[in-house]
Design a binder for this molecule. Structure first.
Ligand code: SF4
Length: 391
């Protein structure tokens, strides 16, 4: 069994207006004790029952996400990787080890230290190449920082860089979006993620927008139709540049798909460490406390940081097969799913058969032999299709 490891670093320099993640702006003095707490959690996991199972398989992907993990001292990041190496069977050098980084946090010294620590992939939160959009969204970096960051990473020796963009930022226009895509192609990253802006009342921008206000440029959010148009244009232009569209929000040059993220969509096991980190061992999902101070206190006192532990029922597993698996453009093996679940949930599987037939006749999904996938033209409205399918 191979295993993915996720390390959550819930700290940022400032809070972006659209962000609804459990991340905080805290004093840098707290970064070191947080990294120590993560090392403690890895050690206690490895010494426990599940750790023994994990150690029996090889860790083949490691992903440091956040937040802004690149804010941590590279020595702390190296210490966490070293703790993993000493407690789990790491399948190096084949393992994919990703660090999420914000462009303005990258220096030559850090890039060299990250490589030396074992990172071989950087996921860069560019979000846009338009300075007006970046400023309105509360981002710290500007277009020039992203170009500088990629140059620094390439010079240090990183051959696998992913760049994130957001479709739907306030003030984004068709022209500025096309401009951001052109700048992206000039950098030629190995991997690209494009997320549609979510209006979530957990963010300052979302609250303002839902209340009909204009702070944070809430009045300048592009319409849903414009966002869908941006996404469709990105699909066409990325394909023309040789990027394979393999997941609703992700594209890669051949051989450069995110092996770690594929585990989420394929329901493969992964263990998360850190405040708010989620885990899945194939049967049970659990999450750690979100508050980073509480998390550090738990680890210092030797108590468990887990606050939600939930066994996955057959019905939930079946739903996950669809809403996670169908995010992949290659779709899911419906014949295998029918076989796996028909014995335990015959009524539910029968209902799904009927819904699949109905959605196929409406052109919303495609059935090609055993494989079921969303129709490419319906990707921008994938959530609606999934609701129709799962009820
Ligand atoms: S950098 Fe990312 S995690 Fe941090 S506030 Fe901005 S969007 Fe949220």
């Amino acid at each position: 069994m191979s295993l993915g490891v996720y390390i959550q670093v819930p700290f940022c320099q400032t809070k972006c207006t659209y962000c609804n993640f459990h991340t905080g702006v805290v004093s840098r003095d707290r970064y070191g004790s947080y990294a120590d707490a993560v090392c403690r959690e890895i050690t206690s996991f490895a010494e426990g029952e599940r750790g023994a199972e994990a150690a029996a398989g090889a860790v083949d992907t490691v992903y440091f996400g956040g937040g802004t993990p690149s804010l941590l001292d590279p020595r702390d990041l190296a210490k966490i990787i070293e703790t993993l190496r000493s407690h789990c069977a790491m399948n190096e050098p084949a393992a994919e080890a990703t660090l999420e980084a914000d462009p303005e946090t990258i220096t030559e010294e850090k890039a060299i230290a990250w490589l030396a620590a074992g990172f071989n992939r950087i996921s860069l939160g560019a979000q846009s190449f338009d300075d007006h959009e970046l400023k309105s969204a509360g981002r710290m970096h500007r277009r020039a920082d992203t170009f500088q960051a990629v140059e620094t990473l390439r010079r240090a020796g990183f051959g696998n860089i992913s760049v994130d963009l957001i479709a739907g930022l306030p003030h984004q226009s068709r022209e500025s979006w096309e401009g951001s895509l052109s700048e992206l192609f000039a950098l030629r990253p190995e991997h690209v993620s494009i997320y549609m802006l979510e209006i979530d009342e957990g963010s300052r921008l979302g609250k303002e927008s839902l209340a009909g206000g204009s702070r944070y440029s809430a009045g300048a959010i592009p319409s849903d139709d414009a966002m869908a148009e941006f996404y469709e244009s990105a699909c066409a232009r990325l394909a023309a540049q040789g990027y394979e569209h393999y997941e609703i929000s992700n594209w890669a040059l051949p051989g450069r798909r995110s092996r770690h993220n594929l585990k989420y969509w394929r329901r493969e096991p992964y263990i998360g460490f850190g405040a708010g980190a989620h885990s899945f061992d194939g049967h049970t999902r659990w999450a750690n406390v979100h508050d980073s101070a509480r998390y550090v206190a738990c680890m210092e006192q030797g108590s468990s940081p887990r606050e939600q532990v939930e066994g996955v029922t057959a019905g939930q597993a079946l739903d996950e097969e669809f809403f996670l698996g169908l995010r992949q453009l290659e779709g899911i093996d419906w014949a295998r799913i029918e076989r796996d679940y028909d014995g335990e949930l015959p009524g539910r599987v029968g209902e799904l058969r009927n819904r699949i037939a109905a959605l196929e006749s409406q052109g919303l999904i495609e059935l090609d032999g055993p494989r079921l996938r969303l129709s490419p033209a319906r990707l921008p409205v994938s959530n609606e299709v999934l609701v129709e399918l799962l009820g």
